[in-house]
Design a protein around this ligand. Structure first.
Ligand code: GTP
Ligand code: MG
Length: 555
């Protein structure tokens, strides 16, 4: 009853991804406990990648009989797991037990004939399912359960937070509601794997790996998908196996620098995604940025993707953040709340500019937790001392070594509550000497600022760089003002908390919802004068024009 068609490139409907995130069109509902992962990062990455290679993405008709659908696909081999989701149509993600099943399915799939239009016959793992006989099918419909892929609406979040038992409970609720679900994570790895198929047409044995918040355990539903084209493994295995007098090298083309090589590679892959990549729309090649990238929307998954190449240090940063997130269950809860708080007050934005980035905020939380007594998180230098020979990692001359086995790091003896930590976080940064000090998670202590940027957060691996160089004085001031105000609100609340039944916003709810905090009678709450708001806007525009790579480039 089914016909599978390869999905054509250039489907014209362009998903408004930000809109999707806000409007909650993509939605998921799994994820309950704090599922802090304990596996080694590289182990998890390899498992997920292999899983994605056995997986297909199928655009389904809205009316479909799930049982028959699975039976049809099982002709190609056993299915390990599957789920459906909605994103401008119904989609199924189906993971087979064996890779061969995918090939078998591809072999019975035909390229559609479109009348006056012509199809580019690109054979991918993204299919379009058509019903041969829709009348028979619809008569036996079973209802399809769709996983939800978006974060809760402000209203729902408000209700959940107001019903919580304590501020600690509120922070954990927020984490549970916003963290990436199993399904969303699978979809992220699958999307990378589909892009890898395109890149592999040029560079067999390449890998497209996710990095950033998709893998560092701090990703919020709806966050972008950062991926990098890894060409480092190409030719490595064969080279190790050679013996005898001869040494074989690939005949290659040389270019003046690593940067030029990256630009050339990304230029071609970008062109290919634009011309042939099923579901890839709005492809922009931003090759003159400090870290060249290709930005596009992957329509079916709804992800805004940033593809870079030669970006190993960013992957290492993701691994480090993943380690920190897994070391203590309070870390992720605090980071999520601070990220949501910053977003609610427009301190962060999805547009690059003079704003603080989520990456910088995460570094600030880590630094703050290193400063507690006793510390909740160890310094990066300490993690380096625990490393063994296998952990050694030098990338482009930078020492990126740290212990990768989580079990070798002793848990902290600190038992402070999340409520206290959140309040102290705001107090700490509300009073931090940003004018003279730099934040440094390598040493876990303030250092004199080596340059005059308003906010200085040392890049943990490329230590001469500042990851928040883009942040303007006015944006930093806004952060400080809001931090002080939030500390004050939490402090006041501690004294006189409304009862949960009163339906009054309290604790985190009072901090997060701008409409709610606007009701708080604080003199500071007055709107900034128009001149200052215009200045902020100009700062942001100037900064985004000068360096549009900063927020997303991984450097
Ligand atoms: P989201 O806002 O949820 O996307 O967080 P993110 O951590 O994914 O941030 P983003 O997409 O801006 O960047 C992706 C990754 O690139 C980060 O996790 C970092 O590893 C790295 N990165 C981003 N900005 C910088 C920077 O300024 N310096 C360095 N060294 N790395 C950066
Ligand atoms: Mg990101």
């Amino acid at each position: 009853c089914f016909i599978l068609l390869t999905v054509l490139n250039k489907i014209s409907l362009i998903a408004d991804l930000q809109g999707l995130e806000q409007a909650g069109v993509l939605s998921l509902c799994v994820g309950s406990e704090d599922r802090t992962p304990k596996k080694r990062f590289s182990e998890l990455q390899n498992e997920r990648r292999e899983q994605a290679q056995r997986t297909v993405l199928i655009h389904c008709p809205n009316k479909i009989n799930e049982k028959k659908f699975l039976k049809f696909l099982s002709q190609h081999g056993p299915i390990n797991t599957h789920f459906f989701y909605e994103s401008f149509g119904l989609y199924a993600v189906v993971e087979f037990c064996q890779k061969e099943s995918v090939t078998s399915l591809q072999n019975i799939t035909r390229t559609p004939s479109l009348g006056p239009e012509a199809a580019i016959p690109f054979k991918s793992r993204y299919f379009n399912l058509k019903l041969r006989n829709s009348v028979n099918q619809t008569s036996e419909l079973s209802s399809i359960q769709c996983s939800n892929q978006s974060s809760p609406s402000s209203k729902k979040l408000y209700q959940l937070l107001c019903c919580a038992e304590s501020v600690d409970d509120q922070l954990n609720t927020l984490l549970r509601e916003f963290q990436l679900t199993e399904e969303n994570t699978r979809l992220r790895y699958l999307t990378c794997s589909l892009i890898e198929d395109v890149a592999a047409a040029y560079f067999p044995d390449c890998a497209v790996r996710p990095f950033g918040s998709s893998v560092n355990s701090f990703g919020k539903l709806g966050c972008d998908l950062d991926m990098f084209l890894d060409l480092d493994e190409i030719g490595k295995f064969t080279a190790q196996k050679t013996s005898g007098n001869f040494l074989m090298e690939f005949q290659v083309k040389n270019v003046p620098s690593e940067r030029v090589a990256t630009q050339k590679i990304l230029s071609v892959i970008g062109e290919c995604l634009d011309q042939f990549g099923p579901g890839c729309v709005g492809v922009q090649r931003i090759l003159n940025a400090r870290c060249p990238l290709v930005r596009f929307s992957h329509q079916a998954s709804g992800f805004q993707c940033d593809l870079t190449a030669n970006n190993r240090i960013a992957l290492k940063s993701s691994e480090l953040l993943y380690m920190y997130g897994a070391l203590d269950s309070r870390v992720r809860a605090l980071v999520f709340s601070v990220r949501c708080w910053a977003r609610a007050h427009s301190l962060t934005s999805s547009i690059p500019g003079a704003w603080i980035t989520n990456f910088s905020l995460t570094m600030m939380v880590i630094f703050f937790l290193q400063r507690r007594s006793p510390p909740i998180l160890p310094t990066l230098d300490y993690l380096k001392t625990l490393a063994d020979a296998e952990d050694k990692c030098i990338i482009e001359g930078h020492n990126c070594t740290f212990v990768r086995d989580l079990n070798r790091i002793k848990p902290s003896g600190n038992t402070e509550t999340l409520e206290l930590l959140l309040k102290e976080f705001f107090e700490y940064f509300g009073n931090f000497a940003f004018n003279k000090n730099s934040i440094n998670i390598r040493q876990g202590r303030e250092q004199n600022k080596p340059e005059s940027s308003p906010l200085h957060i040392q890049n943990p691996f490329e230590t001469s760089l500042n990851i928040s160089k883009n942040v303007s004085q006015s944006q930093l001031q806004k952060f400080v003002d809001l931090a002080r105000e939030s500390a004050w609100i939490l402090h006041q609340e501690g004294k006189d908390r409304p009862s949960p039944s009163s339906n009054q916003p309290w604790g985190l709810a009072a901090l997060l919802l701008p409409s709610v905090t606007n009701n708080v009678p604080l003199s500071k709450k007055k709107k900034k004068p128009a001149s200052e708001r215009i200045k902020n806007l100009l700062d942001s525009i100037k900064s985004s024009g000068a360096e549009n790579s900063i927020a997303t480039n991984g450097r």
